[in-house]
Design a protein around this ligand. Structure first.
Ligand SMILES: NC(=O)c1ccc[n+]([C@@H]2O[C@H](COP(=O)([O-])OP(=O)(O)OC[C@H]3O[C@@H](n4cnc5c(N)ncnc54)[C@H](OP(=O)(O)O)[C@@H]3O)[C@@H](O)[C@H]2O)c1
Length: 333
């Protein structure tokens, strides 16, 4: 029997492994127009956490139902096909679920992929996948960095954050990463290349730490966290600052906090803008080419934490949500 990870109960507060169950599922027959993938790599994305809550669902995605395989972005290989556009052997990137095998019809962010022979397949679920696209689009399209800008990145040690920090640095910016522990902050500086890293452990007063590291203020804030972190950075802006709202992970497991300090946006002539990476799908080939070039030249490094086997998925997701992983969190099947 094939296996999948289903949502066993709607999480309340901090997610735990018991919110999921690994189950055996039958393998359905293929209808015309469909194909079956054997999934190779599962992407663990913080953003999906909010659609696990009871009553979740919005204009972007439906809330996840109990007993259904957990939604996820996946890299798979077509092993059986009744769809001429996806012959056997095609590698595809798709939004499907935490399952060993998926039945797809080519819709829902599904696209064939031609992975380069000199790059690891797992790269295409990290820096060269939706994570890298999100970092690139958020930074360059929304944030529009200028040389010498002071760029602050929250959740800097995570999947999106590690890519944003490197891209901003390569654009001639001074980069400041925010993270939880002093050990992760040291890693952000020594391995990922942030100019400065501020941890909640060593610097519980973020406003004071930012004032120390960026006394003239922040030009660009790439925010993955929201809540108090956003409010604090909003109080330390330079004129014409840009605030890129990529995510709000501090709000996914907790009560939503009000946004304060908006008056600062007025006096600093600042722009705050949210985005969804999937709206830029027509740009993906061009962005992929740019990211591949940066990896090959050594300008961009990929950081990931890999788990093995479908049964490790609940633990991997909880580790990622609670800061136990560094860089992109992946499950290799
Ligand atoms: N807009 C889009 O199209 C798009 C696409 C993909 C992802 N996203 C967003 O990008 C963000 C990052 O996603 P990701 O998948 O790359 O995850 P990630 O950054 O790899 O992992 C999440 C990290 O967030 C930090 N964190 C967790 N709870 C926190 C809290 N309460 N306060 C501060 N930091 C907290 C933890 O690191 P520390 O140890 O540093 O705390 C954790 O490891 C998420 O907000 C996600 O929703 C947006």
């Amino acid at each position: 029997m094939d296996r999948a990870v289903v949502l066993a109960r709607h999480p309340e507060g901090a997610i735990g492994e018991a919110d999921f169950a690994v189950v055996e599922v039958p393998r359905p027959a293929l209808q015309d127009g469909f194909f079956r993938t054997q999934n190779r790599v599962l992407s663990l994305d913080a953003g999906f956490r909010q659609w696990m809550n009871a009553g979740a669902g919005d204009n972007y995605l439906q809330g996840m139902a109990l007993g259904d395989p957990v939604q996820s972005i996946v890299l798979g290989e077509v092993i059986e096909s009744r769809n001429a556009s996806y012959p056997e052997g095609t590698i595809v990137n798709a939004r499907t679920a935490w399952e060993e095998y998926s039945v797809l019809d080519g819709s829902d962010l599904c696209a064939p992929l031609a992975p380069a022979a000199d790059l690891a397949l797992t790269e295409y679920m990290g820096t060269l996948g939706p994570t890298g696209m999100t970092a690139w689009i958020g930074l360059f399209e929304v944030g529009q960095p200028l040389e010498n800008d002071v760029v602050v990145v929250s959740a800097a040690a995570g999947a999106v954050g590690t890519v944003v920090g490197q891209l901003a640095k390569a654009s001639g910016c001074r980069t400041i990463g925010l993270t939880s522990s002093a050990a992760k902050a040291a890693w952000l500086q020594s391995e990922v290349g942030f100019d400065v890293a501020i941890s909640r452990e060593a610097d519980p007063d973020l406003a004071a730490a930012l004032h120390r590291e960026a006394p003239d203020g922040v030009d660009l804030f790439f925010d993955n966290v929201g809540g108090e972190v956003l409010n604090t950075v909003m109080g330390q802006l330079r004129e014409n600052a840009r605030l890129v709202l990529c995510g709000a992970i501090s709000q996914y497991e907790d009560a939503v906090q009000p946004v304060t300090n908006t008056w600062e946006l007025v006096t600093k002539r600042a722009r705050m803008e949210g985005f969804m990476f999937s709206d830029y799908a027509e740009r993906f080939p061009e962005i992929l080419e740019d990211l591949e070039r940066r990896i090959r030249s050594g300008e961009l490094k990929s950081f990931d934490q890999q788990y093995s086997g479908i049964e490790s998925t609940p633990r991997a997701f909880c580790d990622m949500m609670h800061g136990q992983s560094r860089g992109k969190c992946l499950v290799v099947l």
